[in-house]
Design a protein. Structure first.
Length: 307
């Protein structure tokens, strides 16, 4: 599914307010239609009738009037080959570097090189009196070469490979990485929000790769959002943020915390939900109850003896 950025300022844009309601509708349809082309933002040459069917309900005159007015307002321009191009489309609908696989590979390569340099610097920047060169005896001695650079650990390679795989294909679809985060991406695109952007999917993956959460916990957060009819990422991230603050990283831990909260909420006022209060609190409550019962029995026994 192709998408493009639409800015709220269009509602009050002086040029667009100059259009009639019918022309405004044609402008919007032209914008959508141009986004579907191979060169986004540019409509290739085609007959007026065919283009009118696509964007103006078949009204060739309305299409002609709208194109003429949009050209005058410098919103679109007519190219020599007959194409129609939106002047500021590329400026407002720029591509992220992560949308291009080649740039992703370059970024990963730079990141690996930087980490290796930092490892070498960290190993060699500590010089103490015990291992410093003696200027009188060690200047002529052969200095051993530094140890060879070791490749990054397997888990780092896997994380970087997942970052490379999590990108948009040529047709705009998001590829599923073949690792532990694949179920998260699959559930998001198939069950939670099929129109999720590349950035939103990367944020979900970051909860697993950077924050160390169990993939099933991220899926559980999306399930909770669906359960309470909040199909948006802000709600999911608020759930995961709360889990992070409480040190919860598994689905089982989140479900246990939710069950404890429900027990507390549903308990009568003045009581402690079983399984939720700390042991010292339970001991204090049980001791107080026992003391109260003992006093009541003593009072009852004293009353019987005086009679």
């Amino acid at each position: 599914m192709q998408w493009f950025r639409m800015y709220s300022e269009a509602r009050n844009d002086a040029k667009l307010r100059y259009l009639t309601d019918g022309e405004f509708r044609v402008w919007f349809n032209l914008l959508c239609f141009s986004n579907e082309q191979k060169e986004r933002g540019t409509i290739p040459p085609m007959s007026d009738t065919l283009l009118a069917v696509e964007v103006a309900g078949g009204d060739v005159n309305l299409l002609a009037d709208t194109v003429e007015k949009l050209t005058t307002l410098a919103i679109i321009e007519k190219l020599e080959d007959g194409s129609l191009r939106f002047v500021n489309f590329r400026k407002r609908n720029y591509d992220h570097p992560s949308d291009e696989p080649e740039r992703v590979r370059e970024r990963v390569a730079r990141c690996r090189a930087k980490k290796r340099i930092e490892q070498v610097t960290t190993c060699n920047d500590r010089v103490t009196s015990g291992n410093a060169l003696d200027p009188d005896t060690d200047l002529d001695s052969e200095v051993p070469p530094p140890p060879p650079l070791t490749p990054p650990p397997p888990e780092e390679e896997a994380a970087e490979a997942a970052s490379e795989q999590l990108r948009e294909d040529d047709d705009g679809a998001i590829s599923l990485p073949e690792d532990s985060v694949a179920p998260v991406v699959k559930f998001c695109l198939e069950s939670f929000l099929p129109t999720a952007s590349h950035y939103q999917v990367e944020r979900l993956v970051a909860w697993v790769e950077q924050d160390g959460m169990e993939p099933d916990l991220v899926i559980w957060a999306m399930e909770q959002a669906l359960l309470y009819n909040h199909r948006n990422f802000a709600y999911v991230e608020s759930i995961l943020n709360n889990c992070k603050l409480e040190g919860i990283k598994t689905r089982a831990g989140a479900e246990e915390r939710q069950a404890a909260f429900k027990r507390t909420r549903d308990s009568p006022r003045g009581t402690v939900a079983p399984g939720f209060a700390p042991p010292e609190v339970k001991a204090f409550i049980n001791g107080s109850v026992a003391a109260f019962v003992a006093r009541k029995e003593a009072m009852a026994s004293g009353s019987g003896n005086s009679g």
